[in-house]
Design a protein around this ligand. Structure first.
Ligand code: 3Y8
Ligand code: NAP
Length: 259
């Protein structure tokens, strides 16, 4: 799918690495500004949100695959708007853009910080969150998606509520688990009802930041529930913008300079 104009054309052509609320907002801004480009999903979900720009789905095949893609598609700029926990993609983007000399910008949202009334325990990893579970059986909202669930089979005594985007291919290896299928962004009313409805006593969450997943934290505060908050992995060093407007300015400035 050759979306970018041929090499003679100097107009920018952006590869937008997506999968977050900010990426969807960035796609609308690029399409609105008439900027050529490709939106990229990893293919983690069955029916990802349609985007207002040409879209590719699936991995690139590591750093080399991404570098080959950038050259073959004559991409002029990469904007990495992936999730803060999608750290492998972000690392590959830094390496491939360094190899190809293509400018890269990360569109990164700040982490959530606890507010008055929050009862958080910050943990460096999912394994640490597992170890921090109470000894006595508890009703736990495991709000980390599907990729990390299997590890909690080590603590089968708890009752888990899982929120997944798609139905799992097989039942999770947890004897006491219930599944709700929902695609965010979520609202406070929905998450209050969910926590009350399932009698949740404890939440395990990733420090994703942004607005799409924060409702459960506001609901936890209102209900006085403890949150085991998994801190995000350290991203690679790269240029970062915190919002779409700054990303558009970066693109305009960088394109004018012809870099
Ligand atoms: C495939 C694209 C948009 C993007 C919306 C955001 C908000 C809703 C909240 C909870 C937490 C979780 C999870 C979550 C949220 C947004 C955003 C965000 C968290 C979609 C999407 C893709 C994915 C992948 C999916 C992961 C999972 C993580 C569920 C689309 C809907 C838990 C992360 O079933 C699976 O395999 C799900 C896998 C990676 C984490 C995991 O490890 O399981 N996101 N989520 C992207 C791709 O293929 O490239 O299908 O439309 C996007 C969104 N998910 O445009 O509005 O921006 O963060 N996604 C977390 O943050 O904790 C849910 O339930 O409270
Ligand atoms: P990851 O662990 O960082 O990446 C693993 C591999 O998945 C990458 O090396 C790449 O494969 C492929 N990949 C990841 N994002 C891609 C993208 N946008 N386009 C094309 N290929 C991609 O990623 P992840 O944590 O599984 O996240 C996958 C997707 O879900 C991302 O789009 C992310 O933004 C979204 N998401 C993730 C979370 C989360 O909690 N992790 C939350 C919300 C949304 P190759 O090496 O083959 O190129």
């Amino acid at each position: 799918m050759l979306v970018c104009m041929n090499e003679q054309d100097t107009a920018p052509c952006v590869l937008l690495l997506g999968g977050t609320t900010e990426a969807s907002r960035m796609a609308r801004a690029l399409a609105g500004a008439g900027v050529a480009g490709v939106f990229s999903y990893a293919g983690r979900t069955d029916t990802p949100l349609p985007q207002p720009m040409p879209t590719r789905i699936g991995g690139f095949g590591g750093v080399e695959g991404l570098a080959d893609y950038l050259r073959a598609e004559a991409v002029t700029h990469v904007i990495d708007a992936t999730h803060p926990f999608a750290v492998q993609m972000s690392r590959n983007a830094v390496t491939a853009c360094t190899q190809t000399g293509i400018p890269l910008l990360a569109l990164e949202r700040p982490p959530w910080v606890p507010q008055a009334g929050d009862d958080w325990q910050n943990l460096p990893s999912q394994e640490a969150a597992l170890a921090a579970l109470p000894m006595a059986p508890a009703r736990v909202f495991l709000a980390i998606g599907k990729q990390g669930v299997a590890a909690f089979a080590a603590r089968p005594e708890h009752h888990y509520l899982l929120r997944l985007v798609d139905p799992p291919a097989a039942p999770p290896p947890l004897p006491n688990a219930e599944i709700v299928l929902a695609r965010g962004p979520f609202t406070l009313a929905d998450d209050l009802a969910l926590l009350r409805g399932y009698g949740i006593e404890l939440i395990i969450a990733k420090n994703a930041g942004g607005e799409g997943a924060r409702a459960k934290l506001d609901a936890a505060r209102a209900l006085g529930l403890r949150v085991l908050m998994i801190e995000r992995p350290t991203p690679p060093t790269r240029q970062v913008a915190a919002n779409v407007e700054d990303a558009l300015s970066w693109l305009a400035h960088s394109a004018r300079l012809g870099v």
